[in-house]
Design a protein around this ligand. Sequence first.
Ligand SMILES: CC(C)(COP(=O)(O)OP(=O)(O)OC[C@H]1O[C@@H](n2cnc3c(N)ncnc32)[C@H](O)[C@@H]1OP(=O)(O)O)[C@@H](O)C(=O)NCCC(=O)NCCS
Length: 228
Amino acid sequence: MTALRGFARKAMGGALLAAGAVTAYGLSRPAVRHALREDLDTARRRDPAARNDLVIAISYPGLHAIWAHRGIHRLWRLPEGRGQIPARLLSQAVRTLTGVEIHPGATIGRRFFIDHANGVVIGETAEIGDDVMLYHQVTLGGRSMKQEKRHPTVEDGVVIGSGAKVIGPVVLGRESAVGANAVVVKDVPAEATAVGVPAKVKFPQARPVDEEGRPTPDGLLTDPALWI
Ligand SMILES: CC(C)(COP(=O)(O)OP(=O)(O)OC[C@H]1O[C@@H](n2cnc3c(N)ncnc32)[C@H](O)[C@@H]1OP(=O)(O)O)[C@@H](O)C(=O)NCCC(=O)NCCS
């Protein structure tokens, strides 16, 4: 028992040392410092409660998950799959610490932000563009058991509300939005808003208006071709 405790203490010390070394190495590189600056600015822009860089850097698990994913994704992509096992193990450790499970294979763009973080799951073949924001409990999941592109593609500027599930290789078009708790199983056009279960496009581009330019009473689309 004492030997086990000693081993655990040494392992913990080693992990902390390694994390410190990786952080110091990262911070010595201008590109990494630039990305960090962008992430902190994004948090301030996206979360009205975020005010202080130090507090953001320490207390936003969504940011910690993204920072960790960037390193783990590089490991995942090492030639001949050499880094895949450690990448998987590390991503599970990050999930335990942050409540965010991002598969190491997922591709994520710049200024990605996850508010509140907990319960987010992002699958292996998900592709996420720049300036995308997710709230807690969002799933970008698969519907196929085959090793193929089976997770969503989320284009630039998309916002996905808390609890939303986007499943299958669907495309969320640029600047579109998914409402809280929606279940999206079909593509969402650019700039449209999809809500409900299963999600339907409620406002494509802009709210529908009548012949005189006034918003229609319930805002619902009448052209079925535009529904998803
Ligand atoms: C979908 C969303 C982006 C739409 O925002 P919006 O463009 O400002 O739209 P509105 O709030 O004016 O709502 C427009 C219509 O959609 C409906 N609606 C809005 N969000 C909805 C949702 N999540 N599910 C179902 N219907 C929704 C509204 O009831 C309204 O319907 P009506 O026209 O029949 O009255 C937004 O409501 C949303 O869900 N954002 C996610 C926010 C979130 O997750 N916050 C977590 C913070 S911790």
